[in-house]
Design a protein around this ligand. Sequence first.
Ligand code: NAX
Ligand code: ADP
Length: 486
Amino acid sequence: MIHAYTGAAVRAAESPLLRAGQGAALMRRAAWGLARVVVRELRSHGPVAGATVTALVGTGNNGGDALWALAFLRRRGVNAVAVPTGERIHEAGLAALRRAGGRVADQIPVDAVMLIDGVLGTGARGGWEPPLVPAGITVVACDLPSGVDAETGHVAGGVIPADLTVTFGALKTGLVVGAGAQAAGRVEVVDIGLGTYLEESDVSSLERDDALAVFAQPAWDDHKYSRGVLGVCAGSEQYPGAAVLVCSSALASGLGMVQYAGPRRAADLVLTAHPEVVAGSGVEGKAQAWVAGPGLGSDDDARSRLAAVVDACVDGGLPLVLDASALGLVTLDHLSRLRSAGCEVVLTPHQGELVKLVDRLAPHLAGGFADLVKADPVAAARRTAGALGVVVLLKGSTTVSAAPGGRTLVQNEGGPELATAGTGDCLAGLVGSTLVRTQHGGLSATVEKAAAAAWLHGTAGSTTASGGPFGASSLASAVRHALTDR
Ligand SMILES: NC(=O)C1=CN([C@@H]2O[C@H](COP(=O)(O)OP(=O)(O)OC[C@H]3O[C@@H](n4cnc5c(N)ncnc54)[C@H](O)[C@@H]3O)[C@@H](O)[C@H]2O)[C@@H](O)CC1
Ligand SMILES: Nc1ncnc2c1ncn2[C@@H]1O[C@H](COP(=O)(O)OP(=O)(O)O)[C@@H](O)[C@H]1O
């Protein structure tokens, strides 16, 4: 499990050390860590001594870090050149660079092979327009790519995309969410000794082993019911394919049984693809959790099919995933009955669906919510989860899973190739699959199970994408592959 902290939390952790007069030592530790990474990167391309490394140097401590790093690099024989971007400059850092024999220039030298982006770090406020950066130069961001909001990952103006970000003290939330995660490139954390001063993390990400533990292999004495029976209420006369996609991904993730409830046309397609599915028109059966929504439509039939699933979950205290059409049909009464019955509930909207859901079911949050979803998906998912008392898995380039209590996991395994019709249906099947695994798995909280499904979905998406463009029906085999290679 990887943990990330807000910029504010890292600054708070630094403050007792700053009060104790250790500010300069902290900065030198950060800069030393940055310089070591730069040396390693230089060495992987050629000689270190004589290489030109430049830094864009901002007006605050982020610029100070970059200046100190240049000073350390100069001592290794690097041609170190600072390019100030503002009126002010960190005096001690500048003096250190000059003492070491580095120089200051007003533009990026043409022979520079590497650029340290030291303009803005955790102190950045609002948008920023970066200067032109020569093509082909390796960019190493100091703490954060300038222009990324450390708290949210939002980029309000421009940003210099980094090949590598060397961040200090702790991973920042802004480096693992949305545009910030995209701009950061590879991220390395340099320990500057904040450990004991850091409070609780803001968001976490599951790593491979965490996610695989949820999709545990069957025990020797398992039988199909102990492995879990997932009910699927998806597909309609108009959108029958969604039913197949949900069932395919669920089966590929290793369940005891899938029970399908839906109309004849969709059931026939499901059975043609997967004769092992138990199909019928109603919800009666042995399902231990339900997925409802993909391809359901919005007519009276869809409404009554959803109502039947909600009743079954309330009666049995069963977990329920609500996706796609179900997000437009679910009512506050459904959610309140499900909560009272102690059911685990996961809503899986994309951004547009979340905005509509909040408009309908949590209008007190609705003002400015469409902007919030884009600028701060973590806050948007958290607020909705808190207001509705359910887990919200918000889809997008970063998949954010938030619990009503605030615990939040972010996953970035998948790329934009997943933005193709039906992949969300596959994800719904995987989330359902995690929820039937009550006896299995290392992670027990609903929000962690949702994040494990996002990990598996993103990993399967990336594997599939490596073979070229694909459609959602190709995902299931990559799901199996991700679970085979343990
Ligand atoms: N506080 C500490 O003890 C440590 C801080 N460190 C570094 O210090 C950084 C934070 O330093 P600061 O608090 O000085 O903040 P920054 O250096 O990130 O930025 C603040 C400066 O940028 C300007 N600025 C803010 N937003 C701007 C915008 N949109 N456009 C143009 N200029 C803008 C401000 O006027 C201010 O001068 C961290 O990211 C990290 O790199 C490290 O040295 C480790 C220790
Ligand atoms: N740019 C992107 N980068 C990574 N993943 C993406 C991106 N765009 C979409 N996805 C993922 O693709 C899936 C799309 O789901 P959804 O919009 O519900 O599709 P559908 O309703 O057609 O099944 C989600 O898991 C989402 O996180």
